[in-house]
Design a protein. Sequence first.
Length: 260
Amino acid sequence: MYFWIIGILICLITTGIVLLVYMYKLAHENNVIINTFTFTKYPSSFRPLQLFFISDIHKRVIDDNLIVQIKTPVDAVIIGGDLLEKGVPFSRVEENVKKLQKIGPVYFVWGNNDYEVDYHYLDSLLLSLNVKILDNTAINFESSNGEKIALLGVDDLSQERDQLNVALMDAEENSFKILIAHEPSIVSKFSSRENISIVLTGHTHGGQIRFFGYGPYELGKVHHLEHTTLLVSNGYGTTGVPLRLGAKSETHLITIKGTD
């Protein structure tokens, strides 16, 4: 009987170790999800827009194997909040940003965990690295015939710093609008009147650890809502523990284009 108990304990411990190793491996994958979005409102004078979206980096060091998967430079690299969290050295932030800049100009919106550190210093560091911070503002791009694309970003919702109305004031009238926010709940703060075509978000980690398909949040995916299209990413890093289960780490190579 004694040996049976010892055998069962060894089996359980071995299974637990194997599971933890597997969860750690999942949390450190470098998955690039290909997303293509087609809109009738996309301005015909623009070529298809190429974006690389990465959110919730947290404690991770961006792997060179992620960068090499992006074969050609993109129009914009967008960090969708939670670039870091408490305890992450700013030297790691600088290293991560410089890696992302190898594939395109970097834009950033604030997430809730970004406020766990000296965010004034983070702000100055990002500006010194030529990162464009979209904190309740918009950047407009105009084609030769006057058509416009507006890239809008709002500050973190959980800190009640978001002011979408201010960002919309910066966006050119009749522009094709792309909104970046850390939290998906931003979609409840506007309607079809604002004419925002697509929203890119993270925050949820897809639940991060899901057992039998259940987790604290649903898996990241694309939602086609009545008033906009919403992408929710599982994110690149983790928080709490460096483990994932049933919610793989992901980044996104996004193409936005018009109908043929």
